[in-house]
Design a protein around this ligand. Sequence first.
Ligand SMILES: CC(=O)[C@@H](O)[C@H](O)COP(=O)(O)O
Ligand SMILES: NCC(=O)COP(=O)(O)O
Length: 238
Amino acid sequence: MTKLSVNINKLATLRNSRGGNVPNLVNSAKDIESFGAQGITIHPRPDERHIRYQDAHELKSVVQTEFNIEGNPIPKFIDLVLDVKPTQVTLVPDAEDAITSNAGWDTIKNKDFLKEVISTFKSHGIRTSIFVDPNEEMVKGAVETGTDRIELYTESYAKAFSVGKQDEGIYPFAQAAKVANEVGLGINAGHDLSLENVKFFKKHIPNLLEVSIGHALICESIYLGLENVVNMYLHRLK
Ligand SMILES: CC(=O)[C@@H](O)[C@H](O)COP(=O)(O)O
Ligand SMILES: NCC(=O)COP(=O)(O)O
């Protein structure tokens, strides 16, 4: 079985746009779990443009499933994760000004740094995952860091799928997954996965442990909920 971890960054974006507490992230996380999701993911960015560091603390006390915190392991992120102690930390090498995550780790160049932070998190009982491109050398490099899992960065697959090139798009992921499975690395995946493309991805990636999905899932939820909500308003306005 592949676990679904719902990334709630976009709910925080919506909340922050009005300055209040709607939608309430804590209640949303509880509801998402009650609907069956097996995890909650957040990705606090240094400018706190969506998830705030305080959200991580508040969510920790309510999340009953797997709590996954993603981010670039700069000192204040490391301190946050060690304080909150989520189920899993996913290390992502994103630049401060990146609109969204746009690359995996170079696990060879950053081997010593990754080894050190991963060993710190693991010594505190936190499972580790590192964000990597679907590249066999990077997957082999990941083993050397001591990480429990990798998260395959799926944007290129999603792009290929959207133009009908799913076979081409999945190929490097299937190869990378083969290497990960051979060396015993756990496999997660995420970025731009959606209702449209997730089934094909899962079918071709053996032992896919977890997908974290946010942007598309929240957009789909808005769209699939619109008819219901418009009708609820119309009913009240009769
Ligand atoms: C690590 C990753 O793949 C990202 O998709 C991320 O968690 C999303 O971040 P934003 O919501 O800030 O775009
Ligand atoms: N790790 C990927 C994630 O949490 C969500 O990415 P996206 O679905 O918002 O692109």
